[in-house]
Ligand binder design. Structure first.
Ligand code: URA
Length: 285
């Protein structure tokens, strides 16, 4: 190739949005190992059951819409009581929808529960919905979502994949948008933990992706920043006492959020490294 052809190739990459060099040497993506394909499980054996029970759970706990919960610890106890009772992803969704212990519910437009197949073996957890998510009722929507889809796609994963080994089920710690896109406060995390931990227990993923420092700190019970929490596989262990008869330990990887990458493209190479680490884990397990 002559110099003009190289310049044209570089310009093409810039035009399609590839603004960062992720590795010091080129990676031939066509030569990267494929994650083995697994046939989708028989849908009749799905873990999701009907949602009617959530209403019963909510009313049994006295927490249906309109009931009053006072103080953070009351709300956290009420969340725990509800989360203990639900036995399917659908009934968890209904329980959260009817729970009034999180004031953000009043200011949000839509509840943002999840996207993708709850039978997936990979579960990605963000912190909380933003404006696009609030409007669409779907986690990681808008520009964030498009970038997330590209990141997952770089290692052959997708929230819409039929192959459960490649499918990513996506949710957030909090299901309601904090106004102005602020971070969650400790009270909101405390009340949300029983729900997100039960969500994890119901989905039973083989691996978790914690998207963003807030999520990684909350679910790894750590005060360390992302620069310490990312870079190697971690073990997520159930934190909420009394939630599950058998607390869980699930491998987890922490990485930056798409919003952070849009603000700070230099972090793309770190996320790329995280995706390669995740791909390696998936190949080995
Ligand atoms: N960031 C998150 O953590 N979650 C979303 O749903 C969107 C952006």
């Amino acid at each position: 190739m002559n110099a003009n052809a190289y310049i044209a190739a570089l310009q093409w990459h810039v035009d399609v949005g590839a603004t960062e060099a992720l590795e010091d040497t080129p990676v031939d993506a066509t030569a990267m190992p494929e994650i083995p394909r697994h046939e989708p499980a028989d849908a009749s054996q799905g873990r999701v059951t009907g949602g009617a029970q959530a209403n019963q759970s909510a009313s049994a706990a006295g927490l249906g819409a309109g009931s009053q919960v006072t103080g953070t610890s009351d709300a956290a106890k009420a969340a725990l009581a509800l989360a203990r009772e639900v036995d399917s992803v659908e009934s968890l969704r209904e329980a959260i929808a009817g729970f009034d212990g999180i004031p953000l519910k009043k200011t949000a437009t839509n509840m943002v529960f999840s996207d993708g197949n709850p039978e997936a073996k990979i579960m990605l957890i963000g912190e909380a919905p933003g404006a696009d998510e609030d409007r669409q009722g779907k986690p990681f929507a808008g520009a964030n979502g498009q970038l997330l889809d590209k990141i997952l796609g770089s290692i052959g994963l997708s929230r819409t994949a039929e192959d459960l080994e490649k499918a990513v089920y996506i949710t957030n710690i909090l299901n309601w948008r904090p106004p102005g896109g602020r971070s969650l406060n400790p009270a909101e995390i405390e009340v949300s933990l029983p729900f997100i931990e039960k969500h994890i227990a119901l989905v039973k993923p083989k691996v978790l992706i914690f998207c963003g420092g807030g999520t990684a700190k909350a679910l790894l019970n750590s005060s360390e920043g992302m620069s310490k929490l990312r870079g190697k596989m971690k073990d997520y262990k159930t934190l909420t006492d009394g939630l599950l008869d058998t607390p869980q330990a699930i491998p987890a990887i922490a990485t930056y959020t798409p919003e952070q990458l849009l603000l700070n493209p230099g972090q793309k190479r770190l996320v790329w490294q995280d995706m390669l680490r995740l791909q390696q884990f998936l190949l080995e397990n």
